[in-house]
Structures are given as C-alpha cells and as structure tokens.
Design a protein around this ligand. Sequence first.
Ligand SMILES: *Cc1c(COP(=O)(O)O)cnc(C)c1O
Length: 408
Amino acid sequence: MRPPLPRTGAAWTDLKARMADYAAGDVAWRDGRTAVYVFNAGPEVEQVQKEAYALFQSENGLGPVAFPSLKRMEDDVVGFALSLLHAPDEAAGNITSGGTDSITMALKAARDFARKARGVTGPANIVIPRSAHPAFDKACALMEIEVRRIALVDFLADPAAMATAADAATVMIVGSAPNFPYGLMDPIAALSDLAIARDLWLHVDACVGGFIAPFVRMNGAAIAPFDFELAGVRSMSADLHKYGYCAKGASTVLFRSEELRRFMVFDFKDWPGGRMVTPTLAGTRPGGAISAAWAVMNFLGVAGYREKQALVTDARATIAAGVEALGFTVLGAPQLGILAFTRADVDCVALWARLRERGWFTGVTTEPKSLHLMLSPIHAQVAHAYLADLAWALETVQGAAAPEARYS
Ligand SMILES: *Cc1c(COP(=O)(O)O)cnc(C)c1O
C-alpha cells in the first residue's frame, strides 16, 4: 500500500531509530565482508567524508559566483586528477555526479566535436570493447548513437577488431583502465595508436582505476601507460567515489584541452530565467560531494593513497594466490583492486550463494561464470577469512545441487 505523508512531523530521535532499523537488513559492509558497491578505507576517512560533506551540503555548485569556495575546491580536485593522470598544461575537466555522468558528458563532447570538426551530422556510432561499462549504452540510448561492442581477446579489448569496426561515423572509441568485469587494463597504448592513425576520439574509462593505478605504479608495479601521457587519449573518466574514497556522488571528467572541454558545456539563454551554463548533466550540483572530495584528497595526500592502495593490492595478491591454491583460475592478470576467478567444474553462482550465507556480499562475472571481488583497504584484514569460507563453500557445493541465487 502507498504510504501517505505523515500528517504531523515526528521527533528526529524516533526517525533516527527507525532508519537504523531499516538498515538492519542491509549488508554489514563495515565488517569487510562486502566487496561490491562500497569502498571502505576505514573509519577515519569516513569521518572526514561526513563532516566535510555536512559543511557544504546546502551550497550549490551551480552557482560559482555565489560560491567561489566550491569553484576553488572543484578546480583543486580536477587539478589533482589531471596531474595524477599526466595531463598537459592546457587540459581541463569538471566534477560530475558519478561515472555515468562523466561518460555521458564525455560522449556528448565527442559527438559535438565530431559534428563540428568532421562533419558527422548523420547517424553516429561508438566502438567499445565488450567489457565496457553499460554507461556507454545508456549515454548512446539518450543520444541515439549506435554502440558497436567488439569481442575481447583474452578478456581485453582487441584494437585490430576495433579498427575494422570503426568508420567515418565513429565519434568515440573506448578503452577501460581497468574494465569492471575482470579488473584488467585494456591495451590503451595500441588504442591510442589507432586513435592517432585514424583521427578518432579515444576515451579512457578509468572510472574504477583512475585513483588507484597511479599509486599502485608509485608502489612499484609495472602499470603500462593508460592516461594522457598517450597522445591519442582525448578524454578520461575517473570516479572520486570509488578508489578516491570520497563521498558518493563524485567523479571527474577530464579533457586533453580546454578547447575540447568546451564541447561538453551546455550554455542556454532562450527562456525567461536568464542564461544558464552547466558543464555536466546536473543543474543543481551538491556542494557536499565537492567539499568531501576536496577534504578526503587533501587528508590522504599521495602518501595516504599509496598506503591505502597497497592494502588493496596486498589483499588482491593474497586472494589471487589463495583461490589458485583452491583450484580456481584468475581471469587474466589483474594489477589493481578487482579480480574475477573461476573453476570450470563448479557452479560459481552457487558458490556465491553459499558465501552469502556466511555474510559475504560480492559480485559475479558472467563470461565465464566467475566470482568477482572489488577490494578495499579493509579486505587486507579479512582475506584469509574469505579464503577459508571459500574453501568451505567449495566443499559444500561440489556434488550438491545448485541453490537458487539472486545477486542483483
Ligand atoms: C563504476 C564504473 C562506471 C560507472 O560509474 P558510476 O559512478 O557507477 O555511474 C563506469 N565505468 C567503470 C569501469 C566503472 O567501474
């Protein structure tokens, strides 16, 4: 039944208790047994997020003249992202509400650029690897652009096949750094070569990698070039609310030049409300998401991020070795915080369901059916507990009928 708005207000203490009650049915992510949806960098970072968010939660990023504070914090955060990702001096960007917003707006810019620079005024298309995020399909649905999803080779984008699929109406090609289903870095250098050779717009989707890969590299891992250091990369998306450990509702969309960024901006004045200039999909932009991002990034600094991301990669290495000892195969060679692993002789979705009984809420990958983990610093503390429960689940599932699983 549809509940009506209560006739009179309730006391805040009562409401707080009721919300805590509602939350009792949620995953207990603070204990580290959730490896999807939440990025858990510990209680200190959570506190900084919360307090910094509250300080500017009523302020509106739509009004940079009224709130120069938010403009300043946005410029700082975008600057941090651009320098981490080797952007040239003339590069520019904005904070958006999330990866989907960043991808949608990058595509809007690329489409408008193609209209102007290459005369693509008829039906347009984009060429993306099969593992690219559905945000590209959503953006293309909105803009009536055809999506050409190209089969992977060894779970990675296939630049040769993408070259064949691209044509004069291709307004964007995409590589992921890393992709979500496998946590693997696409061959961005080869895609960059393709982009340069054919004058195509390459977008690197670093939504889940942009704020971890640079620090993992600083920590000593051999991460291949994937960002603006490759000349063919024209735009990138990097989510603050993922491995940036910022409050939710914050991502960055970045362009090689201010000139390219301008194709994103919507500037409108043909109505009685006066001129409205909005860089991203949003009108009103929550000040709290911007201030929380600014505060968390300054709170952690390079040293803090390196430390947090080392915990993530330690957890990943421990779990990768542990699952291989249990007879699983890790898909590809993940270097960051996501891994997927499978065993041909067991139903991984059934395993997922058994692990859920022990409090683990994780992900699955479907091609092939695999278990999927998106790890946070907290998981360094529970990696061995996970492996023990995985061994238990494996024993109970082997030979047993598969239970029904609902994972989304
Ligand atoms: C999370 C993610 C997105 C979408 O970001 P949202 O913030 O969920 O909208 C896009 N691409 C990749 C690779 C992602 O992991």
